[in-house]
Design a protein around this ligand. Structure first.
Ligand code: ZN
Length: 443
């Protein structure tokens, strides 16, 4: 306990030193005023957390700000009014055209994050939005629509791969039973997967000394994994063991939650923006905001960056299948089926859109997930609980990944140019870029 306290104090002192140095060096009102606005924003996000338990995903700024906010629960109307005043102030303080890119991004980012905060506050006071209006307001993006016929084409291809009687979802579930990680092997498999993800990431991205995370196994959650960033370059990663965990989830979770996903993303924001520049607004992470599309999109795209398909198959066969005591010779066939099933991921968005727009009820949403997304019944029900809790957040995973991939590839980070791919990926996760500011796919 003592140790933790002294470390926190040291870090805060260091951050304060960096902050005052940054202000002195810049020697202009622009930077100072933006830091004041950043602080006002942090306090508003923390105040929102008192009305919405899921809102503040991470906070590692000055602890006394949280204490001050906690001392009095501010009404939503007051938070909204303050957010409006701050937005007006920010709009009137645009940086000059000569400012560097990061400074301009900082400004646009803060303005847009604040817009999302006001939208979430309005939702908490009863404002009703459609699925697409909500995702636009909160995540700065709208997911494309897909028809049953489009999923039908993929399902037909899977029928051919998994022939037999009965519903396809049952055959798919039966097939996957050969790839469940036995419970007593979980930790060994995850440890091996994390090692693989970390070593590949460190070849391309320099991380500050002392970064690390702890893994915990939990139950009774609507999600399958979660990264709780603690600050000081540390994360707590929780893995939900309510349902069987398949072997492919080891690399997915290790990359997504850890390297080069959420853990690395948060570490780089803390290092580059909060500590080096003193941009305090990045010490808080409001979950229902555009930042989440970038966070989830990069975490998912990071899996492919760290493990291109051939490399991944080799690692699965040589390391993970043996660690899980599964048959390595089945790995290639398993991934052929998974590649097809992944093309059904947007079925999850369609189920959420129909359900949240009130066109279908929870049961019909689970039916839809079963039929078009090949979710087993317990998984479909878990997913509906996730949609109840996080709503249009679902788009951040697949649309986020596709938008991030398009951005990185449009800048030359194509699969045949792995160094450039890592470089553009690292640049994106070290900067405050908004979803609408991502480069579109080059035609
Ligand atoms: Zn995530």
């Amino acid at each position: 306990m003592r140790h933790v306290v002294s470390r926190t104090v040291k870090v805060r002192a260091a951050a304060a030193a960096v902050l005052s140095l940054a202000v002195t060096v810049m020697g202009c009102a622009q930077g100072t005023n933006m830091n004041t606005r950043g602080e006002r924003y942090v306090r508003l996000v923390l105040a929102m957390g008192q009305h919405d338990a899921d809102y503040v995903d991470a906070y590692y700024g000055p602890p006394e700000w949280r204490k001050e906010v906690d001392a009095r629960k501010r009404p939503l109307a007051e938070i909204t009014a303050d957010a409006g005043a701050l937005a007006t102030d920010i709009a009137g303080a645009a940086p000059p055209a000569s400012a560097d890119e990061l400074t301009r991004l900082r400004h646009e980012y803060l303005a847009r994050q604040l817009e999302a905060l006001r939208a979430r506050a309005a939702m908490l006071t009863g404002m009703r939005l459609t699925f697409d209006e909500e995702s636009k307001a909160l995540y700065d993006a709208v997911a494309p629509t897909h028809t049953e016929a489009e999923f039908g084409t993929v399902l037909a291809a899977l029928e051919a791969k998994l022939p037999g009687a009965g519903p396809l979802v049952d055959r798919y579930d039966e097939f996957r039973k050969n790839f469940i990680i036995p419970k007593d092997r979980l930790d060994a498999v995850f440890t091996a997967a994390i090692d693989g993800c970390r070593s590949r990431t460190l070849e391309h991205i320099q991380l500050p000394p002392g970064e690390s995370f702890t893994v915990e196994y939990v139950t009774g959650k609507s999600w399958s994994g979660y990264n709780w960033y603690q600050g000081d370059y540390r994360s707590l990663i929780q893995v939900n063991t309510d349902l069987p965990i398949y072997i492919d989830r080891a690399i997915d979770l290790a990359c997504h939650e850890g390297y080069p996903g959420h853990h690395v993303y948060n570490v780089l924001l803390e290092k580059n923006l909060v500590r080096d520049r003193g941009w305090v607004e990045f010490s808080v992470y409001p979950l229902f905001s555009p930042q989440s599309l970038i966070a989830e999109g990069t975490a998912n795209f990071g899996i492919d960056v760290a493990f291109p398909r051939t490399d991944r198959l080799e690692f699965e066969r040589r390391v993970l299948f043996p660690a899980a005591q599964l048959k390595s010779e089945l790995a290639a066939g398993y991934y052929e089926v998974l590649d097809l099933a992944e093309q059904l991921s947007y079925a999850g968005n369609e189920a959420a859109r129909r359900y949240l727009n009130g066109q279908i009820d929870a049961r019909a949403a689970a039916d839809w997930l079963e039929r078009y997304g090949l979710y087993s019944r317990p998984r479909a029900e878990q997913r509906v609980r996730f949609i109840d809790q996080y709503r249009s957040y679902v788009i951040n995973y697949n649309l986020g990944k596709d938008m991030v991939a398009a951005h990185v590839e449009a800048r030359g980070g194509t699969p045949d140019n792995p160094d450039k791919r890592w470089e553009e990926f690292a640049r994106l996760i070290s900067s405050p870029r908004l979803p609408s500011g991502l480069t579109q796919r080059a035609r």
